[in-house]
Design a protein around this ligand. Structure first.
Ligand code: SAM
Length: 337
């Protein structure tokens, strides 16, 4: 009977302590051993009894297990097979009662010291790997997962165009995050590589269109975000391209341009067959303002510095926003016009 096993569990003071401890923190057997000062075999036996009564459950963490009080989703105790709602209710009450009991000070202090030990072990590890952490991080997780995570903050419903998408380096991320993505490039071979790049991803919301920055195959006022990454220095008429970005943006839509800073790197310029020798960030930002965008700002891209080769240009980004309709109609704007 459930009731018997629950009552039996609670007759033992060590088991009552274990329950109280687990109600404060999920703990492993060795941690419980440290807090209770009892042999491991004793702690394991008590945990078995508590698990048998459905008061405690365990999860595997690496090679060991940690234990936690077994509650249902709504804070009620979960019903186990063959057990009626009385058993469920009883276990919930037992857990509530245990949680309401004040923990004896010595027990609390030993729990604190076990939890402190967890932190100390972690601090010791990181103090040892501090100088190697960047390499370990990249090796384990790559170098751009944080970028992916940050884009999760942007609205999913956005329609985004990637102008001069090239091989579609940004595409997997854009396809993952946004409701509609349009990749535009004048070169068929680039668009082919792009298609290939997202072929293993859900991509029915991604389209590929041939076009240039000054003639975008996109309807007026339809885009939430227009990206042009490393493209404008190939475009013969960068200001015309910026007018085109303004045309396709919806009111409130934003543009993100990533560009090279002006440079004199002859070999690089020749190798990349660039038309322009980069741009002055402030000039690009003013030109965006001249085509009617607002909130035009320059952003330094610092991570491009140490990671990149020394004989390549520095990069920067410029952002701007198309004014909202009401701003367009506002007396201030009208007066300015
Ligand atoms: C350096 S790649 C950049 C690709 C990609 N945006 C990236 O960040 O990796 C430049 C791309 O811009 C395209 N491109 C060149 N001139 C362009 C123009 N006038 N309008 C749009 N795209 C252009 C090229 O075909 C090429 O795919």
């Amino acid at each position: 009977m459930v009731i018997d096993s629950v009552f039996k569990s609670m007759t033992d003071p060590t088991r009552r302590k274990i329950l109280q401890l687990l109600l404060q923190n999920e703990l492993g057997v060795s941690e419980l051993v440290d807090v209770l000062g009892a042999p491991q075999s004793t702690v394991s036996r008590h945990l078995k009894t508590l698990r048998g009564a459905g008061l405690v459950d365990a999860r595997q963490v690496g090679t060991s297990a940690t234990y936690f009080p077994k509650r249902g989703q709504n804070g009620d105790n979960q019903n186990l097979p063959g057990q009626n709602s009385h058993g469920q209710d009883l276990r919930g009450r037992v857990l509530d009662w245990s949680a309401s009991q004040e923990m004896p000070a010595p027990l609390k202090s030993r729990l604190d010291s076990v939890l402190r030990k967890r932190r100390t072990e972690s601090d010791a590890f990181f103090s040892e790997v501090a100088h190697r952490w960047d390499a370990m991080r990249n090796e384990c997780f790559g170098s751009s997962f944080h970028l992916e995570a940050i884009t999760a903050l942007l609205p999913r419903e956005w329609k985004v165009i990637d102008v001069g998408c090239g091989t579609g380096y940004l595409l997997p991320l854009l396809a993952e995050r946004f409701a509609e993505v349009i990749a535009v490039d004048p070169v068929d071979e680039m668009l082919d590589v792009c298609r290939q790049r997202v072929s293993d991803q859900r991509s029915d919301h991604v389209s590929f269109r041939k076009g240039s920055a000054t003639r975008l195959p996109i309807e007026d006022g339809s885009v939430d975000l227009c990206i042009a990454s490393l493209v404008l220095h190939h475009e013969p008429l960068p200001q015309e391209a910026m007018k085109e970005f303004h045309r396709v943006l919806r009111p409130g839509g934003q543009v993100l341009i990533i560009e090279q800073k002006t440079h004199t790197l002859t070999e690089f310029h020749a190798m990349m067959q660039d038309r322009w020798w980069g741009f002055e960030p402030d000039t690009l930002s003013s030109q965006l303002a001249q085509v009617g965008l607002t909130e035009c700002r320059v952003h330094e891209l610092r991570t491009a510095g140490p990671a990149k080769a020394s004989d390549t240009p520095e990069l920067f980004a410029v952002t701007g926003r198309k004014v909202m309709d009401e701003q367009m109609d506002s007396p201030d704007t009208a007066a300015e016009n």
